[in-house]
Design a protein around this ligand. Structure first.
Ligand SMILES: [Ca+2]
Ligand SMILES: [Ca+2]
Ligand SMILES: [Ca+2]
Length: 505
């Protein structure tokens, strides 16, 4: 009898070991030995075991979730950490608390559709302390009502180095290419997305309550429902005190029916934006359209610019639709602006705000209250800010005489700006006579010399010192030619130069 009990005990231990071994494709769920996710079955096992939501995982292969493939699921909720009762506005599932490292692998064909459900994405909710990194999502197609994003419906943790290619349809909003809402941080991530919905839509995040750094988006962000609001190429709304930095969007931002607050980067900004740009065209069918920001409300913006064309009816600007109660410093816009009333090269309106060291050069067309820099102003401060009277087609601007009109040739002379106090050492650079001032941070590596942009002139600057091997800190790494600061000017530097070929033109 004892032997039998002993035998059963041994058997149980072996069974337990076997079960443990069979879990995922190996690993122990710890940081040192994370569980290994090698195929869709491993991913489904993770999704199904909420006890493991605080564990560490790594992907060891690409995973295709195409529901037409054998053994794949058709999803109507997020795969991992879905909302339990999806038809209210509150997340009541088990949020993911662990670490998920894609190790550069791709989850493709994440397809999820339920028009009424909330918290849709690979993860429904990534909780504070969670980390999702080095993950790609290809051809994700997500439909939901609110909180829709490829990586997470809502992120309160850290998302880093994640990249998505996604089609998002939200029937209300809080939708983005990476996360619907962000309360945590999103770093070094990008999205190529089409995002459709009604309110708070962005190429990366719909509603940002957190930090977004070094992110970029491309594609189309579009309100396709009447009375929509707050769409941005990168972020729909950037909340109070939240920071977006060193990021850009090339997304086209489009309203249809009656909508407002459309921006090339951010629809509504109440936080901080620094060193960002947007190059996509922007249109709002009603009011508040800006090349960078639709409505800038108690938010501060610095060292940022927009180049897209902007179209709207009221409060339309090359950079911002309306500036309210905030400070803009070292910014510019170059796109054409077309509206009806309150139309300005830089901003449609400027109320109780401050604009320093900024300029606009786009062609400005409006019917009423239209100006080269601002369409209308009230209780504002304007310091050392200019518009181009030739290219704008506007001889006047709201905010004069503090807003100053210059000719194109004056706008391309450093003195015009340095005389007004601009900093051409740390903030601005100019190729005099050929271009307007540019922000120093935006000058691409290998753009050694004027004219702006990396071309043969820059190549000719590098070539004569080919194979020079005495580059060091003291000689400024051969006056910048040793781009990777390796000590020698060789093919590695040439690769960097070609990597930026025609950038910044
Ligand atoms: Ca719920
Ligand atoms: Ca150049
Ligand atoms: Ca080198």
């Amino acid at each position: 009898m004892r032997n039998v009990v002993f035998g059963i005990a041994i058997f149980s231990v072996l069974l337990a070991l076997r079960t443990a071994q069979a879990k995922y494709s190996g690993g122990a769920g710890t940081p040192e030995a994370p569980y290994r996710i090698a195929d869709h079955n491993d991913l489904y096992a993770l999704a199904d075991d909420t006890n493991d939501y605080n564990k560490c995982f790594v992907m060891t292969a690409d995973i295709d979730l195409d529901p037409c493939l054998p053994g794949r699921r058709s999803l109507t909720t997020a795969l991992i950490a879905p909302d339990h009762y999806p038809f209210d506005y509150v997340y009541d599932g088990n949020g993911f608390l662990g670490t998920f490292d894609g190790q550069g692998h791709t989850v493709s064909n994440l397809i999820c559709d339920d028009n009424d459900a909330h918290y849709i994405g690979l993860f429904g909710y990534t909780a504070t302390g969670s980390e999702i990194r080095n993950l790609n999502l290809a051809n994700a197609q997500l439909e939901g009502y609110m909180y829709v994003g490829a990586v997470a419906g809502e992120n309160a943790g850290s998302i880093a180095n994640c990249h998505s290619e996604v089609y998002v349809q939200s029937y209300y909003g809080y939708a983005g290419g990476i996360a619907g809402e962000n309360d945590g941080s999103i770093l070094l991530s990008s999205s190529s997305s089409t995002v459709n919905g009604c309110v708070d839509l962005g190429g990366i995040v719909g509603w940002n309550y957190g930090i977004i750094e070094k992110c970029n988006s491309e594609g189309l962000v579009r309100i396709n429902i009447a009375n929509g609001s707050a769409i941005g190429g990168l972020v729909g709304i950037n909340d109070n005190q939240c920071v977006i930095s060193d990021s850009f969007s090339t997304s086209t931002v489009q309203g249809s029916n009656v909508n407002d607050s459309a921006g090339g980067l951010v629809g509504i900004n109440e936080g901080v934006i620094e060193r960002c740009y947007a190059s996509g065209d922007v249109s709002a069918t009603w009011r508040l359209a800006g090349g960078l920001i639709g409505l800038n409300n108690y938010g501060d913006v610095s060292r940022s610019y927009a180049t897209g064309n902007v179209h709207g009816e009221e409060e339309v600007g090359g950079l911002v639709g309306s500036i309210n109660n905030c400070v803009l410093t070292d910014c510019y816009s170059t796109g054409d602006v077309n509206g009806i009333i309150y139309v300005g090269g830089l901003s449609g309106t400027l109320y109780r705000g401050e604009v320093n060291n900024s300029y606009a050069i786009g062609n400005v067309i409006g019917v009423e209250d239209t100006g080269g820099l601002f369409g209308a102003n009230n209780r504002e401060v304007i310091v050392a800010s200019f518009w181009d009277v030739n290219t704008s087609g506007q001889a006047t601007s709201a905010g004069e005489p503090n807003a100053v009109g210059l000719t194109t040739s004056e706008m391309q002379m450093e003195n015009s700006f340095t005389d007004a106090g601009w900093d051409f050492n740390d903030v601005w650079a100019i190729c005099e006579g050929t271009n307007y001032p540019k922000l120093l941070w935006s000058i691409p590596a290998a753009d050694f010399v004027c004219p702006d942009g990396v071309n043969f002139v820059d190549y000719s600057y590098l070539a004569p010192q080919w194979l020079a091997s005495d580059c060091n800190e003291a000689n400024g790494y051969c006056s910048g030619r040793d781009l990777d600061e390796s000590g020698i000017i060789d093919e590695e530097d040439l690769k960097i130069l070609y990597g930026h070929w025609l950038d910044g033109i």
